[in-house]
Design a protein around this ligand. Structure first.
Ligand code: NAD
Length: 503
């Protein structure tokens, strides 16, 4: 049975402020990962819908980009307030579509309104620069909105990741066409009512639901898109960046990761285990900054491993809407198959499976995509499980003896999104953090985020930054105005014997 054939909610998509169906009339189902059952459906947008959405966004851009920063900021502040009032509805929708536990989604979503208020403040307070051009010239830079921006987002943090892109894009005066993940598009659709009530002009926020190869590819190839901002896998990032390169438009990509949690010998076993548990198993390991690799000093390795196994085995894995659940299912049968594939690879490679390594069923888990928190010990850095992104509840444990070895291990992957360093010796922790080739390094913490704090990867983990002033600027283009204030006549070709300057 398909949700699209039943009384289950049939969500429309949002184009030009209207709730619409796909031109093709097609729909597809959204599955609850905790049950494996379809519970609603969305339109299957494609190139025809993207064309209409981009046209609507161009009209929205004409209005929005001409509003003052104060007007835009006040609408974003209103949106932040409305979102705050409706958080409970958004939390419920995120739990249903991602399978992430309600306590996790409450904590994460509680912070999303901050992005709108932060970037509203940036728009209000952003100061252009006057450059030291010299002489009688005044040179200033103007930050202008780019136009219609394409936002392509994943399923693991559907509202937060969209918000990280949307708040700066709107604050800077852009209109957007969003292509949310086909796995979890509901909260991006729900956001349309928030913006409409906040007074955002029609056409500024458009959402076309559909698949990557259809709506996603059409959006990223569209001739009138001024920038593409994608969060997704590294291979998707390469394809989309190549399209942006052909058209010479900016591309920002928040891509895959394989973060290390580096634990030195001056950290207590309890703290090390708690840190790894959170870094590795929050969101059932489906975060781009997942602590997928635990690098632990050899002198405390066995004790930390023993504690970690005990705590992982005790995690409550179950229905995401149950307040006592600590870890939910993975998001899809596809993701589950990937986890199973890598666990088999790890065993074949000779890593020692010390916890988990199996699907979980029973006790309300039947039909859902539940997998036990899984730990591999005796992992070497050249194993595929240590190198490739699994994106599930699997952690690889390795030991090191020297600081240099820890740094070499942490840097020994193609990814470079994030890492964390745990030590009470702050000089050492800072030294190690600064030697790590990753865009974000936490010291004595993991996975902390703030709208002001730049976020983005090095190496195969992406290009560009989310959050902070740097992100706001990335949603603008700069025009340099050079004003000559001198009335002095200038005649380059006059043969008057005067010293001339033209550069
Ligand atoms: P994905 O790459 O499969 O899909 C991401 C989005 O891109 C989806 O909306 C999808 O429909 C679209 N897409 C797919 N192919 C496309 C194409 N050819 N053209 C245009 N759009 C296309 O990723 P996912 O499975 O949804 O998300 C998981 C991935 O996202 C992981 O690799 C994870 O590390 C990464 N991620 C990174 C960050 C970060 O901040 N760096 C955050 C979250 C997730």
């Amino acid at each position: 049975m398909q949700a699209s054939d039943t009384d289950a909610p049939q969500w429309p998509m949002i184009i030009g402020g209207k709730k619409v169906e796909a031109q093709s009339g097609k729909r597809f189902d959204i599955i609850n990962p905790a049950t494996g059952l379809a519970y609603c459906s969305v339109p299957e947008g494609d190139a025809a819908d993207i064309d209409i959405a981009v046209d609507a966004a161009k009209k929205g851009f004409d209005i929005w980009s001409k509003m003052s920063a104060l007007q835009r900021a006040s609408i974003l502040m209103k949106a932040a307030d409305i979102l705050q009032e409706r958080l409970a509805d958004f939390v419920d929708a995120e739990v249903l579509q991602t399978g992430r536990p309600i306590r996790e989604m409450r904590a994460q979503l509680a912070r999303t309104p901050e992005w709108y208020s932060y970037f509203a403040s940036v728009a209000r307070t952003y100061e252009s620069k006057v450059h030291p051009f010299g002489g009688d010239h005044v040179n200033y830079g103007r930050r202008l909105a780019l136009g219609v921006v394409g936002l392509v987002t994943p399923w693991n943090h559907p509202l937060l990741i969209l918000t990280k892109k949307l708040a700066p894009a709107l604050a800077a005066g852009n209109a957007v066409v969003v292509k949310p993940s086909e796995v979890a598009p509901i909260t991006p659709l729900m956001l349309a009512d928030v913006f409409s009530e906040a007074g955002l002009p029609e056409g500024v926020y458009n959402v076309v639901t559909g698949f990557g190869a259809g709506a996603g590819a059409a959006l990223t190839a569209h001739r009138d898109i001024a920038k593409i901002d994608l969060t997704g896998g590294t291979e998707t990032g390469r394809k989309v960046a190549a399209l942006a390169g052909e058209r010479l438009i900016p591309f920002s990509g928040e891509l895959g990761g394989k973060a290390s949690v580096i634990v030195f010998d001056d950290v207590s076993v309890d703290r090390a285990a708690a840190a790894t548990l959170f870094a590795s198993f929050v969101a059932a390991g489906q975060t781009c900054v997942q602590g997928a690799r635990l690098l632990v000093h050899e002198s405390i390795h066995d004790a930390v491993l023993e504690k970690l196994i005990a705590r992982a085995n005790a995690l409550v894995v179950g229905a995401p809407d149950d307040e006592s659940t600590q870890m939910g299912p993975v998001v899809s049968d596809r993701q589950l198959a990937t986890v199973e594939k890598y666990v088999a690879i790890g065993k074949d490679e000779g890593a020692r499976l010390v916890a988990g390594g199996e699907r979980l069923s029973g006790e309300g888990r039947d039909g859902g995509y539940f997998y036990a928190p899984t730990i591999f010990a005796d992992v070497s850095n050249d194993m595929r499980i240590a190198q490739e992104e699994i994106f599930g509840p699997v952690v690889c444990v390795m030991k090191f003896s020297t600081e240099a070895e820890a740094v070499a291990l942490a840097n020994g992957t193609d990814f470079g999104l994030a890492a964390s360093v745990w030590s009470s010796n702050i000089a050492r922790a800072k030294r190690v953090a600064e030697d790590i080739e990753a865009g974000i390094v936490w010291i004595n913490d993991h996975h902390r985020i703030d709208p002001s704090s730049p976020w983005g990867g090095f190496k195969d983990s992406g290009i560009g930054k989310e959050n902070g002033i740097v992100c706001y600027e990335g949603y603008t283009r700069m025009q340099s105005i050079v004003l000559n204030t001198s009335e002095e006549p200038f005649d380059w070709f006059a043969e008057d014997g005067k010293q001339k300057r033209y550069s």
